[in-house]
Design a protein around this ligand. Structure first.
Ligand code: KG4
Ligand code: ZN
Length: 361
């Protein structure tokens, strides 16, 4: 089968707590024709975190009208599409199943190529949609579910240099925010609180700093925040200044740890790919201004261009899934209607195996 030289792709994202649909094209130029995200904040915030069953039910209710709205915004019908891309994993399986079934139904009814996209691949390739970044590049993926350093060598060709051995960076923000009595999601709230804080009042650890390799660890940091809160008399006893100072200390510790790991990854990237030119950051935590600034400085010092997609494309969205699907379709990498949703799906299976079962995909 031959595929058109320029395409319009529908993307569907349902792997966590965002229900999203988008339409992306490379006709003429790379463009997002529609990008709708419904963040299930009201659904989950009473619980201080994402509840998988509630997420799956909400995806089921929200997705069909959202897809219809995305097509309306793009001013096209199903007949104009060249393919349908969806997040096939990794993620909360109930939600992934909802997106997979919707995509399969559309592909079947409208006789379209089906494109199962790894959620992480969506984040990984976003910089090519926004900035046309050439392969190979070094990617730092920092989100609520993932914390990885990868060399992106091509579509479907990812080499993992490091990952977290426990929590993701976003989890450290979210769990610490809960300890500080701040709402969910914690990252933006910590950033806001940190603006009025003194980062040196509390000495928090810089996990893994100076260690060989590029792996991350954040659970010790969360414990250190918990101990500091307990010493102050517990969450209820914290003054606004305590919260601000702890938030500032936490943000500084996470940024310093991430920058240290990334600087090691840059050394490896440059020795293996002397022609590589770019450091890309993706994932929700990349929305953090302090972290972005420090990474920009690090990249500049290493002679690399620094690319951070706009905030709305750093956090979960379906434009990134549509774009990854488009890149896959260009190469003829389609999937069958028998594709099975995957709760775990490492981008680099070799690295995932080498490091052991305890590490998140
Ligand atoms: O990529 P994303 O939307 O979803 C996942 O795939 O996880 O990332 C969400 C994560 C949450 O943990 C949230 O607290 C964090 O990104 N986050 C931030 C900021 N904005 C979102 N962390 C730190 N600073 C921010 N400004
Ligand atoms: Zn994500």
């Amino acid at each position: 089968m031959r595929y058109p030289a320029a395409m319009i792709i529908l993307g569907i994202e349902t792997s966590c707590d965002d229900t999203a649909a988008a339409v992306v094209t490379d006709r003429g130029e790379r463009r997002i024709l529609a990008n709708i995200v419904h963040t299930q904040l009201d659904e989950h915030s009473p619980y201080g975190g994402v509840v998988p069953e509630i997420a799956a039910r909400a995806h089921l209710e929200l997705l069909d009208p959202l897809i219809r709205r995305a097509l309306e915004e793009a001013e096209i019908g199903f007949d104009a599409l060249d393919g349908v891309a969806f997040t096939g994993g990794p993620g909360l399986i109930g939600g992934v199943i909802v997106g997979t079934m919707a995509a399969k139904a559309i592909a079947l009814v409208h006789d379209l190529p089906l494109l199962a996209v790894n959620h992480l691949e969506g984040h990984a390739l976003t910089a090519r949609l926004t900035d046309d970044v050439a392969f190979p590049y070094l990617l730092l993926l920092v989100s609520g579910g993932h914390c990885q350093l990868l060399i992106v060598e091509g579509v479907g060709r990812y080499r993992r240099l490091g990952t977290t051995i426990d929590d993701a960076a976003g989890e450290a923000f979210d769990k610490s925010a809960k300890l500080l009595g701040l709402g969910y999601p914690g990252g933006p709230q910590i950033e806001r609180a940190a603006a009025g804080g003194n980062a040196t009042r509390f000495a928090l650890p810089r996990p893994m700093k100076g260690r060989a390799g590029c792996d991350f660890s954040f659970s010790g940091l969360k414990t250190a925040v918990r101990l500091a809160v307990e010493r102050l008399g517990g969450t209820g006893a914290l003054t606004p200044q305590d919260v601000a100072d702890l938030a500032a200390a936490l943000q500084a510790a996470i940024a310093e740890a991430v920058v240290d790991r990334t600087s090691r990854a840059i050394d490896r990237f440059r020795s293996e790919h002397p022609a590589g030119r770019t450091l890309v950051v993706a994932g929700g935590v990349a929305a953090n201004t302090a972290l972005r600034q420090q990474l920009a400085t690090l990249a500049a010092g290493a002679g690399l261009a620094f690319v951070a997609p706009p905030l709305g494309l750093c956090t979960d969205n379906a434009a990134m899934i549509a774009w990854a699907g488009l890149e896959r379709l260009r190469l003829g990498l389609t999937d069958g209607l028998d594709f099975a949703p995957r709760p775990r799906w490492p981008l680099d299976p070799e690295a995932a195996q080498a490091i052991g079962a305890g590490v998140k995909a």
